[in-house]
Design a protein around this ligand. Structure first.
Ligand SMILES: *[C@@H]1O[C@H](CO)[C@@H](O)[C@H](O)[C@H]1NC(C)=O
Ligand SMILES: *[C@@H]1O[C@H](CO)[C@@H](O)[C@H](O)[C@H]1NC(C)=O
Ligand SMILES: *[C@@H]1O[C@H](CO)[C@@H](O)[C@H](O)[C@H]1NC(C)=O
Length: 618
């Protein structure tokens, strides 16, 4: 029996996956992803009980807090913002993962927010986490972050004469950062000495230690420090392999399609082209063995079509290089095929090889100042399109690709993100229509990087080309506008096509007047599958707080539900909106649900959602 030491599993709550949940019907997609992640890992709100608790895992929610929008898009760079952004934007998803899902541990971030480094942010860790949310778990720093308080942020002096400076440990511990994940210097080793010298209250140390011990007791680590090795019954079980494929299938987003997709199963020939076609891209931090086990896009397509279809493969170009000497073979493959699928995108380092492959374009310590395709990839797509063979572009990428030419010229565009081991099979099932695509974008994809950050729920006044600001004849109101280009994203949040069509027939609310103290208001909408094949739709409800005391988004997602609808059938979908989620962080520095009219937009994306109804809060 193999003994596997128990460790804490980190949870990276990040943007980038697609909406694929019919379980939770709340507002922010990132909060729901976090909630699903934490409850999935921990098994239940209380560790030590529930189905998955026998694996005794504590999730670690990170990076606390406001880590996601650093200056210039550089990892760990300062983040601008104030209390309103913190309360309206950054804290709510964490609250869902921490307070509602019961995450047992948290990691503080590297960066500074509004001038305060995250590992020293007493307001976030003491006032909000412990004071307001009653969080009883512990907070650990990220690797080296305590040292960074002095060496990078310079809110203290760096060590002198080889003696470890105790100051950053005092700052971080007092701010509520219980554990140090050390880098080269371990500042928390100075703690005992500092208590003896009277520079640190023993009660602060006791508090931090008890929070860590509490989690270890909850996990049963002292009774049973080893887990039994039933893993081979779970990992790669038939059911879990199928589930992994389903997750991949539902996360693939069909961005554009002129009818080229799905590809006929009886097609004579298909060209599979591109530097992403015959590799696995998983993103960072993957397990040993996954590269050997993974099903590449090429392998998935080959095994789907069998022997009756000729698969013409050509790499075309390398991921990084500008060398186009491989184009000749790729063009030849496209010319002798009925359809060409070109796979391009971004890539991570192979971390099973200890941070090898330094030229990655996604992952930790890998930032980019452009979202265009790197190297010869765009030219490869253009060369294939120029053959006249219908061309499907598949983005296998960990971030949005901003290539307007591809949007305008490819016959179809598919966003496959980074899959799991079943990725190639899932992609083939989508391309040939065995599975109808149902993924939706969880972020807006910008048209130009210069317009970043690019998101649909920008605050009012954010774009002078808002509907209503354009004359009926199409002339823009004089105002703030790019001289060339547009601030409008290439594809908006929530976008994702299907091989069928959905028609939104009518929407209503269960109450036209709602008390600010009520728990919810329910939106009911009829959605028809008006096409010829069965499909799934993510029904999305967006709310606009028409007049508010502080500036609010033009509209914001407040509920969604994924539903399966058979061809020709109509379903009634009910989506509750929590009234408390209509609150603004008012100038009084409190959450207030303000009286007034709230408009309800319903549809299949932030772009297609139309004004359906409204209700009044009193
Ligand atoms: C990695 O990037 C450098 C530029 O920073 C480039 O000169 C080099 O050729 C690249 N290496 C590979 C293997 O692509
Ligand atoms: C468009 O309509 C606006 C408002 O009526 C008007 O001022 C403008 O001259 C029109 N532009 C064109 C090109 O017709
Ligand atoms: C709200 O709905 C009512 C009734 O349909 C309508 O008269 C009114 O104009 C709407 N108000 C807003 C702000 O959408």
């Amino acid at each position: 029996m193999v003994k596997i030491p128990i460790s804490l599993v980190s949870l990276l709550v990040s943007l980038g996956a697609a909406i694929s949940s019919d379980i939770y019907v709340y507002s922010s997609i990132i909060g729901e992803l976090g909630y699903a992640f934490v409850t999935g890992l921990q098994g239940s709100k209380k560790a030590g009980t529930g189905k998955a608790a026998k694996y005794r895992v504590a999730s670690m929610v990170k990076h606390f807090v406001a880590f996601g929008s650093p200056e210039g898009g550089l990892n760990t760079a300062p983040v601008a913002g104030g209390e309103r952004d913190l309360r309206s934007l950054y804290l709510p998803p964490f609250k869902r993962a921490i307070k509602d899902a019961g995450a047992l541990s948290i990691m503080s971030a590297y960066h500074s927010y509004d001038g305060v480094p995250a590992a020293a942010n007493s307001h976030a860790m003491n006032d909000v986490l412990r004071g307001e949310w009653d969080y009883e778990g512990f907070v650990s720093s990220d690797a080296g972050a305590i040292d960074f308080l002095c060496s990078i942020h310079h809110i203290c002096e760096t060590s002198t004469n080889g003696v470890t400076n105790p100051e950053p440990a005092l700052i971080a511990l007092n701010a509520g950062n219980d554990m140090e994940m050390a880098g080269s210097t371990m500042h928390y080793l100075t703690i005992v000495d500092q208590v003896k010298k009277g520079n640190l209250k023993a009660s602060v140390v006791d508090e931090a230690v008890s929070r860590i011990l509490r989690v270890k007791f909850l996990l049963g680590l002292f009774e049973n420090p080893w887990t039994s090795s039933n893993y081979n019954k779970v990992i790669h079980s038939k059911a879990n392999v199928e589930f992994a494929r389903k997750v991949d299938e539902e996360s693939i987003v069909l961005l554009e399609n002129d009818g080229t997709l799905p590809i006929s199963e009886s097609i004579e020939s298909i060209a599979v082209i591109g530097p992403q076609a015959n590799v696995m891209q998983y993103g960072d931090y993957v397990l040993h063995g996954v590269f050997e086990r993974g099903v590449t896009p090429l392998a998935g397509i080959q095994s789907y079509v069998g022997k009756s279809t000729k698969v013409n493969y050509a790499e075309g170009c390398k991921l990084w290089s500008n060398d186009d000497s491989g184009f000749k073979d790729a063009v030849k493959a496209a010319k002798k095929s009925k359809v060409a699928v070109v796979m391009v995108g971004t890539w991570s380092r192979d971390q099973t090889e200890l941070w090898q492959g330094l030229n990655a374009t996604t992952g930790e310590h890998v930032d980019v100042n452009d979202l265009a395709l790197v190297g010869a990839q765009l030219k490869l797509v253009q060369a294939i399109q120029a053959t006249g063979t219908p061309t499907v572009v598949v983005y296998i990428s960990g971030k949005p690709i901003a290539e307007p030419w591809i949007k305008d010229n490819a016959n179809a565009v598919v966003q496959a993100f980074y899959p799991g081991e079943q990725g190639g099979n899932a992609l083939a099932n989508i391309l040939f229509g065995k599975v109808n695509p149902s993924g939706k974008l969880s972020v807006s994809f910008p048209t130009y990087v210069g317009s970043l950050p690019s998101y649909y729920n920008y605050n009012k006044g954010g774009r002078s080309i808002d509907p209503g600001h354009i004359y009926a004849n199409g002339t823009l109101v004089f105002g703030h506008q790019y001289v060339l280009g547009t601030p409008v994203p290439m594809w908006l949040f929530g976008h994702g096509l299907s091989y069928t069509t959905f028609t939104y027939e009518s929407a209503k609310v269960d109450q036209s007047k709602v008390s600010a103290k009520a728990s919810q208001v329910e939106v009911e909408v009829k959605v028809k599958n008006s096409g010829k094949v069965d499909g799934q739709e993510v029904v999305q409800v967006y709310i606009n707080d028409v007049v508010s005391s502080v500036v609010t988004p033009v509209m914001a997602l407040k509920g969604f539900k994924k539903v399966a609808i058979k061809a020709g059938k109509t379903v009634t979908v009910k989506i509750p909106i929590k009234v408390s989620e209509l609150a603004v962080w008012a100038q009084s520095q409190k959450y207030v649900v303000e009286p007034g009219v709230f408009q309800v937009y319903v549809g299949g994306s932030a772009e297609t959602a139309t004004l359906a109804t409204n209700f009044t809060v009193y």
